[in-house]
Write a protein that binds this ligand. Structure first.
Ligand SMILES: Nc1ncnc2c1ncn2[C@@H]1O[C@H](COP(=O)(O)OP(=O)(O)OP(=O)(O)O)[C@@H](O)[C@H]1O
Ligand SMILES: [Mg+2]
Length: 268
């Protein structure tokens, strides 16, 4: 009997470890699929950057005067730095990282994700507004939280077929000890009878697109998993025809440096 119990316990432990490993793999696969959704916009952006570099290099070769050459070098440098910023963000996002959590500025995480989606939003005629108040810090796995943000932003973009406004706000609530990130869109909204299902794995109302992207129904299930593993909360508010807001809450931790009390930006 005790032997049977021990065998069962070790089998349970093995299954738990296998389950954790499969979850990690699923998370990584979902992450790469969200990168896939941005691939075409990022490729276009790179092409634009290369055209800038090539044209200003030609201008520098043609014009020998110092002022023109200086301007050309300046433009080439700025374009190169932008390309480097995009590749760095992309590589750090796509790299598989463990479960480690450390204090991170949520405003900074939002800004890093916006580097990746900026062109994609422009291409879909979506104006992006951000508002950062109080610069809250939370103990998070930055990569996983970026994955959550990216999923919410891609969902928002897909809900605004004819363009619209994406607003992202980050604020601190020190009295209650949490930080809050809201991702709001002016898209189609979610009917009340669908709301209870949207976080269920494989629930989707989308068709796979031309590039074979999307429609797995795993995006929000993953968001919920990640947020709950951070002892946080995710909730949704939606009005059909007006838009949807996803609100994330994380436990607040002290900022490791003096943060500015309020910083407001209105465009990405
Ligand atoms: N911002 C939003 N506006 C309107 N509907 C939304 C929004 N976000 C999610 N939904 C609804 O919730 C469903 C589930 O979203 P989820 O991100 O889990 O999967 P998906 O987007 O359909 O597929 P995938 O994420 O794999 O591309 C969507 O199919 C859509 O019906
Ligand atoms: Mg999705």
């Amino acid at each position: 009997m005790t032997q049977d119990l021990r065998t069962l316990e070790s089998e349970l432990a093995r299954l738990k470890a296998e389950n954790a490993e499969l979850r990690q793999q699923l998370m990584q696969a979902q992450k790469l699929s969200s990168v896939g959704a941005l691939a075409s916009s990022i490729t276009h952006e790179f092409n634009n950057i290369l055209m800038t570099v090539i044209n200003y290099a030609k201008m520098g070769i043609r014009h020998k005067d110092e002022a023109t050459r200086e301007k050309a070098f300046d433009k080439i440098l700025t374009a190169g730095q932008r390309a480097a910023k995009i590749t760095t963000s992309m590589l750090s996002y796509a790299r598989a990282k463990g479960d480690r959590r450390e204090p991170a500025s949520l405003s900074q995480l939002v800004q890093d994700v916006l580097v990746l989606v900026e062109k994609d939003l422009q291409k879909h005629r979506i104006h992006c507004q951000t508002q950062f108040s109080g610069e809250p810090w939370s103990a998070v796995n930055g990569c996983q939280v970026q994955q959550v943000l990216l999923n919410l932003i891609i969902n928002a973009r897909q809900a605004m077929d004819a363009g619209g406004v994406l607003s992202i706000t980050v604020q601190a609530n020190p009295e209650e000890g949490f930080s809050e990130v809201t991702v709001r869109d002016t898209g189609v909204g979610i009917p009340a009878d669908k709301l209870p299902q949207i976080f269920a794995p494989f629930f989707t109302t989308k068709e796979v697109d031309d590039q074979g992207q999307g429609g797995t129904g795993l995006g929000l299930a993953l968001c919920k998993d990640v947020i709950e593993a951070h002892q946080g909360r995710i909730r949704v508010e939606s009005v059909v025809g007006k838009g949807t807001a996803f609100i994330l809450r994380f436990p607040l931790v002290p900022a490791p440096r003096i943060a500015s009390s309020s910083k407001v930006k209105t465009a990405c």
